[in-house]
Ligand binder design. Structure first.
Ligand code: GLU
Length: 492
């Protein structure tokens, strides 16, 4: 086996909202690479754009990592008492706590002629952009301040004139090999003279990201494809500072079924909302890992350690991946069906605890619908009837195909008589109940549907529900008979 050089990967979210599911997929790929190479996975918070910050979102991002049990090696940590601490030797991992670090690099770049002071006012820049758009040109800084003499610059600085520092994009082209997309080359003439340091002394994302990726010894930068246009700036900055570049890989977008970019308007985009709906962390992780990548053609279920072992960055597809909710539901249902019974019940209890004080009845209800459950939030609706005193049956629903009320009532009455005579041990076993009732139906010369349909609806009141044998066993004789009696009152 080829020894893999250990990788240092990072996710660098800005605390402006909940974790997007696209971010989670990138997190997973970061995590797989770090774990499979015995490297480190780092969480860094990019909060230099103070205007966009949303209070509380840093905590919710970190909480999501905890809920998903995605352990990272370095970064901010949310403590039990709600306070923040940080782990790792390259900290602090929150950019607003690193401000002192960035400025000297911007100054160094100016001194070395790779960056320059720009004193243009917001009004001038707006006008410039409007003119460029009107002339059908891509908006780009026109380098007016590059014409200033060093004397003029000195004077302006001395008089405290508001200014920013911009990078001076050199001529030529910038090229990098993206493991997912192959070689990407961008003409530098298309790249704007990016602001590195803002007038308030804060670094922009572009300066901070390059410095931090370097100082934190990041080897692989994975991020969404919307960042491709930023990469040339980062490559150029690395070169200007004389640093080795990390590998940049841009993961594809996640799309709606109509191939548009997944957006809040068309459905859920936050990991939080999926968890709240009752998707299991393992199912979400399994599903999202396979959006745009699959190690084999014939399997959809992988454990986390299999994913770590099998993940290959260059096998991620470059085309956008459609989020198929049915497949997500199927995956979630698989995990619900196959986990240990005790774990399953622990997941279920909070969802239905208000239906009854009787914990064993709740557990029984959860087990009864386990085969049909896809998302935990469906549990209350699927099990509620079990706890109702009356079902208020819809009479039309009690009728099998062309059956009329009288026929349904006859079958149900006959079934009632038969059930009255059943011994207690049949109410302990679904299989025994099943064979006893089926044998009786055969003996009466009836079809299954004409008896079992009205019986099942009598017991559940539902169009879809667990089968009649399961329900008979779940209720026990007396409650089952009461349900049948109630149904019969709707068939007169
Ligand atoms: N802070 C950027 C974001 O919010 C990170 C981009 C990157 O990974 O370089 O997505």
């Amino acid at each position: 086996m080829i020894e893999k050089k250990s990788m240092r990967t990072r996710i660098a979210p800005s605390p402006t909202g909940y974790m997007h599911i696209g971010t989670l997929r990138t997190v997973l790929y970061d995590y797989f690479l770090a774990r499979q190479s015995q490297g480190q996975f780092i969480v860094r918070i990019e909060d230099t754009d103070q205007e966009r910050l949303v209070p509380g979102t840093l905590e919710s991002l970190l909480k999501t990592f905890q809920t998903l049990q995605l352990d990272y090696d370095e970064g901010p940590v949310l403590m039990d008492d709600g306070s923040l601490s940080q782990k790792g030797k390259f900290g602090p991992y929150i950019q607003s706590e690193r401000l002192k670090i960035y400025q000297p690099y911007a100054v160094e770049l100016v001194e070395r002629g790779h960056a320059y002071h720009c004193f243009c006012s917001e009004e001038r820049l707006t006008k410039m952009r409007e003119d460029q758009v009107a002339a059908k040109q891509a908006p780009k800084y026109d380098r007016t301040c590059l014409e200033l003499s060093s004397e003029e610059i000195k004077q302006k600085l001395a008089s405290g004139e508001s200014h920013v520092i911009r990078m001076k994009i050199p001529e030529g082209e910038s090229s990098f090999i993206d493991p997912i997309r192959g070689t990407i080359t961008i003409q530098n003439s298309e790249v704007d003279d990016q602001i590195l340091l803002k007038s308030d002394g804060f670094p922009t994302y572009h300066l901070a990201v390059v410095i931090d990726d370097h100082l934190m010894e990041i080897t692989h930068v994975l991020r969404g494809e919307e960042w491709i246009s930023s990469t040339p700036k980062e490559i150029i900055l690395h070169r200007m500072l004389g640093w080795d570049m990390p590998t940049y890989a841009h993961v594809p977008l996640i799309l709606n079924p109509d191939k548009t970019k997944l957006s809040k308007r068309k459905g859920d985009v936050s990991v939080e909302s999926y968890l709240k709906k009752g998707y299991l962390p393992e199912a979400l992780i399994n599903f999202l890992s396979l959006l745009g990548w699959n190690p084999t053609a014939d399997r959809e279920i992988y454990t986390r350690s299999e994913l770590v072992e099998l993940f290959i960055l260059s096998k991620v597809h470059s085309a956008g991946a459609v989020l198929n909710v049915e497949k997500l539901n199927w995956t979630n249902a698989h995990y619900l069906k196959t986990m240990e019974e005790g774990t399953y019940l622990e997941w279920c209890r909070p969802w239905i605890q208000t239906l009854s004080h009787d914990r064993s009845a709740l557990d029984q209800a959860a087990l009864l619908v386990r085969d049909r459950l896809q998302i935990l939030s469906e549990l209350p609706a699927l099990t509620q009837f079990l706890f109702e005193d009356k079902l208020n049956h819809e009479s039309a629903l009690l009728l099998w195909k062309t059956q009329n009320k009288q026929e349904a009532a006859e079958r149900l009455t006959a079934a009632r008589h038969f059930i009255v005579g059943l011994s207690d041990d049949l109410f302990q076993s679904v299989e025994k109940m099943d064979s006893a009732i089926r044998a009786w139906i055969v003996q009466r010369g009836w079809g299954n549907g004409e008896v079992l349909w009205p019986l099942r609806v009598a017991l559940s009141g539902q169009k879809q529900s667990p089968g009649p044998f399961e329900l008979l066993v779940a209720y026990g004789k007396d409650r089952a008979l009461a349900r049948i009696d109630e149904a019969l009152t709707h068939l007169v």
